[in-house]
Write a protein that binds this ligand. Structure first.
Ligand code: ZN
Length: 233
């Protein structure tokens, strides 16, 4: 198992050929696949749903991660588990009882992740760390990029948050992945890995270059691994 995991975001794939994209991502050795689920409510945009997860589940053995940018995720845990999600990542900001949703995911035998928006502090999850498998740090605000508007990039404060979290996880000897979502590219991945992040959602940094290449994924993984091990190895 790689310390560093590269998780392509299928929202950025060629949706007219989603099945082929999933097969290609499997053959070029992505570590897992990331589905951005959006309800037009928790975030202004509408994204993928359990239907896409179900449609491509039989095409790959890779783990499927459902990033639930929706209100009331408790209501949908069962639907996503049945569709084939292996990791269900809910937003701390969307839950009135975060612990209850995590229990619901764990009781169904799946991995539970908690996502934090850039401004959400670590204290939201500090008391439930032993219950979760993954913390996803939004590097930018969730939702689509506005076409034609240049992204402001990620907030450096999020890297500080990542380092603090990695220190806490170390001290408590827990086995929790820290994942970055948003603004991951060849350059930023080095700083993010140096801050203790070990799972990376990749979008345009991978999908903008055609054909999709195993070399690109390996290069991202190598860069991250070097920076991670230098600081945390
Ligand atoms: Zn995501």
């Amino acid at each position: 198992m790689n310390i560093i995991k590269i998780s392509p975001s299928l929202m950025c794939a060629d949706l007219a050929n989603l099945g082929e994209e999933v097969k290609t991502l499997t053959s070029i050795k992505a570590d897992q696949l990331h589905f951005d689920i959006m309800d037009g409510n928790f975030v202004p945009d509408i994204g993928l749903s359990h239907l896409e997860i179900k449609a491509v589940r039989h095409l790959t053995p890779l783990l499927f991660e459902a990033h639930m940018m929706i209100v009331n995720p408790l209501r949908y845990v069962g639907v996503f588990v049945e569709a084939g999600a292996d990791i269900i990542c809910i937003h701390a900001e969307s839950c009135t009882n975060l612990y209850k949703v995590i229990q619901e995911i764990k009781q169904r035998g799946k991995k539970a992740g908690v996502a934090l928006n850039p401004a959400t502090p670590l204290c939201m999850v500090e008391n439930i760390l032993t219950e979760i498998d993954l913390i996803l740090l939004m590097m930018v605000s969730p939702g689509y990029k506005v076409p034609g508007v240049k992204s402001a990039g990620y907030s450096p404060g999020v890297l500080e948050k990542a380092s603090c979290l990695r220190e806490i996880i170390r001290k408590k000897e827990l086995n929790i992945d820290i994942e970055a979502d948003g603004s991951v590219n060849e350059k930023s991945i080095v700083n993010m890995a140096g801050a203790g992040i070990n799972v990376f959602v990749v979008g345009s940094a991978l999908f903008d270059e055609r054909p999709l290449s195993a070399h690109k994924i390996q290069e991202l993984r190598n860069r991250a691994e070097k920076a991670f091990l230098e600081k945390w190895g």
